[in-house]
Ligand binder design. Structure first.
Ligand SMILES: [Zn+2]
Ligand SMILES: [Zn+2]
Length: 468
């Protein structure tokens, strides 16, 4: 048993709509896609996720016949694309429109798709699936996968990733809100609650902000959690770590266990997966790739850098946050800010936003691998910022967690209107008027991730994330 899912950027979706729905006759397009294959930690099922990298607009000559209810392709284009896809084991998705018919794969489609995928599998030496899509006149679409025995399987989940975040799954139209979420459904409609229950959400870092994000998401109806943190609770965490108790600190329990047990006990979430490792460790790879959204609640730079790359390679939106309180010697503050940054293809990356410091990454790497040497360096004053814990107060970590969760809610519902999305929002906690700033963010023109966009939807490759 496999679970097939499909991710497309909104910019590609819009391009595809324009191409396929150009007139009253059926039209076709080809999509070149990266792949992501992992074990879904919630079900143990292998997921084959396809990530659209490129929409190939075809000229009218690519079709031998077009009518409102039929389309006959010339096979040339497909041959050429199969050749191109082969070198990197990309997936091919064959898309066409039904401008006059309902949203379904017709018998004619079954025959045509089978013929096409026999060509594709004949040309490409791969066991991995390829995909077919049909779009109706409203722009809604269905996707199915073809395995190497050329049998079709419906995609269980479709994600459209842009300034809004949309998902589609079977049964989305036939829902009633569970009574627990009655008040929320009166705000956003039952469908938003259902969408939240379908998402697989990672929280990376279960400290002050992460524990607050977990609490808020659980009460919003997120049902499938992945918690990642290698740390244990200590007595200095009690001032801000939601759900933690003195006995947790004395017993030195893992943060993911304290937070995981607590959100399970609320009685709303279905499943909480915990990983007691650094986010960039091998143990986290499958679980993270199986997610739909990732909340970055870590202040370590190695972790943030890893998630920054994941966001582009796997087209998984990362909602990253941080609080920076910096008292100065005059009794004031050099900064008293919180920040929520959304990282995904089309937005500036966190390296370009200068939220990831190569120096800090080196230091963290050393601290992990060679603690004695790290201590030597630190005492000699070579470590920037030293080892002092940063100032933190629960009200501010919790406030920024709420800003982060509301960003997801906006992306799912659109409650702030068509221009309500923020790629980055900085909140000055010490200001009353105009406390929020929305920096546009700069991109280094040479950045392969966010400026050259070399890796949008690249998916699985060796080395992982193109990092050795
Ligand atoms: Zn059709
Ligand atoms: Zn960049």
């Amino acid at each position: 048993m496999l679970r097939y899912t499909f991710s497309i950027l909104d910019e590609h979706y819009q391009q595809l709509r324009r191409s396929l729905l150009r007139d009253e006759n059926e039209y076709g397009a080809l999509l070149l896609c990266g792949r992501s294959r992992q074990i879904d930690p919630w079900t143990g099922v292998v997921e084959e996720r396809v990530l659209v990298r490129e929409v190939i607009d075809l000229p009218a000559e690519a079709f031998l016949e077009r009518t409102p209810t039929s389309l006959i392709w010339s096979t040339d284009t497909l041959f050429k694309l199969a050749k191109r896809a082969m070198t990197r084991d990309y997936a091919i998705c064959i898309a066409h429109s039904h401008p006059a018919e309902a949203l379904f794969f017709s018998e004619r489609d079954d025959t045509a798709d089978k013929e096409s995928f026999e060509i594709v599998f004949g040309r490409m030496d791969t066991e991995r699936p390829h995909f077919a899509m049909v779009m109706d006149r409203t722009g809604e679409f269905l996707v199915r996968a073809y395995d190497s025995s050329v049998k079709p399987h419906s995609a269980e989940l479709i994600r459209i990733i842009g300034d809004r975040f949309q998902i589609r799954y079977p049964g989305r139209d036939m829902i009633a809100a569970p009574i627990e979420f009655d008040r929320q459904s009166r705000t956003f409609g039952a469908r938003t609650t259902e969408d939240l229950a379908h998402l697989r959400v990672a929280i990376v870092g279960c400290g002050g902000t992460g524990s607050a994000v977990a609490s808020l998401l659980a009460r919003c109806g997120v049902s499938q959690f992945l918690l990642i943190d290698s740390d244990r609770v200590d007595i200095t965490n009690l001032n801000r770590l939601h759900f933690s108790t003195r006995s947790d600190a004395i017993a030195r329990r893992f943060k993911v266990d304290v937070v995981g047990d607590a959100i399970a006990q609320i009685g709303l979430a279905r499943s909480v997966v915990r990983v007691k490792q650094h986010v960039d460790s091998l143990e986290c790879r499958d679980a993270l790739r199986a997610c739909d959204v990732i909340f970055g609640c870590t202040d370590d730079h190695l972790g943030r850098n890893f998630l920054n790359r994941m966001a582009y390679f796997y087209m998984i939106p990362v909602i990253d946050m941080g609080v920076l309180i910096d008292p100065n010697e005059e009794g004031g503050y050099d900064s008293f800010d919180g920040r929520v940054t959304v990282v995904q293809p089309g937005y500036p990356c966190q390296v370009c936003r200068q939220l990831i410091s190569p120096q800090k990454m080196l230091e963290e790497g050393m601290r992990r691998s060679d603690h004695a040497r790290y201590e030597q360096y630190r005492r000699a004053g070579y470590v920037a910022g030293g080892n002092d814990p940063s100032p933190a107060v629960v009200t501010f970590t919790t406030e920024i967690a709420a800003v982060a969760v509301n960003e997801l809610l906006h992306r799912l519902t659109g409650f702030r209107g068509s221009q309500g999305h923020c790629a980055e929002r900085v909140r000055r906690f010490d200001w009353i008027k105009d406390a929020d700033m929305v920096p546009s963010g700069r991109r280094n023109p040479d950045c392969p991730l966010c400026a050259l966009r070399k890796f949008d939807g690249r998916g699985d490759m060796s080395p992982f994330l193109n990092q050795s």
